[in-house]
Design a protein around this ligand. Sequence first.
Ligand code: MN3
Length: 259
Amino acid sequence: MKKLSILLGSLMLTIGVVSCEQPKTENNEVNTEKTVSTDAPAESAGNPADVKTDGGTFQMPGLKYGYADLEKSIDAKTMEVHYSKHFLGYANKLNEAIKGTPNESKSIEEIMKTLDLKNGALRNNGGGYYNHTMYFATMSPNGGGQPTGALADAINKDFGSFDELKNKLADAGAKQFGSGWAWLVVGKDGKLAVGSTANQDNPLMPGQSISGTPIFGIDVWEHAYYLRYQNKRPDYITAFFDVVDWNVVGENFAKATAK
Ligand code: MN3
């Protein structure tokens, strides 16, 4: 009897361990594999070029790649929903928010710099438009690798190395509480700096903990990564570096430092 209860006890323990721990790791692994190998092609039916605003000052910028082309880091469905639903929503609501106001004739950068933080619609949707324009433009299927030229020199000077910059960006993204963005900016002093902002705020807006001209931003809202990475934001950030187009970031750097 004693033997039986010990046997039963250890059996229950085994079941307990299996049912508690296995799904965690297995689900994530299965999801990742599934997304990469089978789901993605069928889901990549949408065409970014078909995504248009309802009219107004600001339009969708388009993508230089298809939704499924960044599969190594981000699944097609996430890309499609992010661009054709979230980004489009910000663009339409931004156009609504500025209709009939002096902001209609301003650039998005000017709108950000002169923003009244109490204007919630303009703050969220103007920020959403500016941030996502930069985000989607700095990704490429041929991304990854390292920055070159003047940007690489500045990174080495201001951070010590490219790896150190990546660590700082990953840290800023991981530590941002709730939804937000991790940024690489050129500060007023001409130096590169890393920080984060909440929601759709950005370093062009007044009153942020990091100030300057953004040249690169990582969207750390769950909608940017949840399908594949679930709660593992740091894994998404690590994978994101494999699709960063450092040439575009380099162009942003050149513009930001040209004045
Ligand atoms: Mn987003």
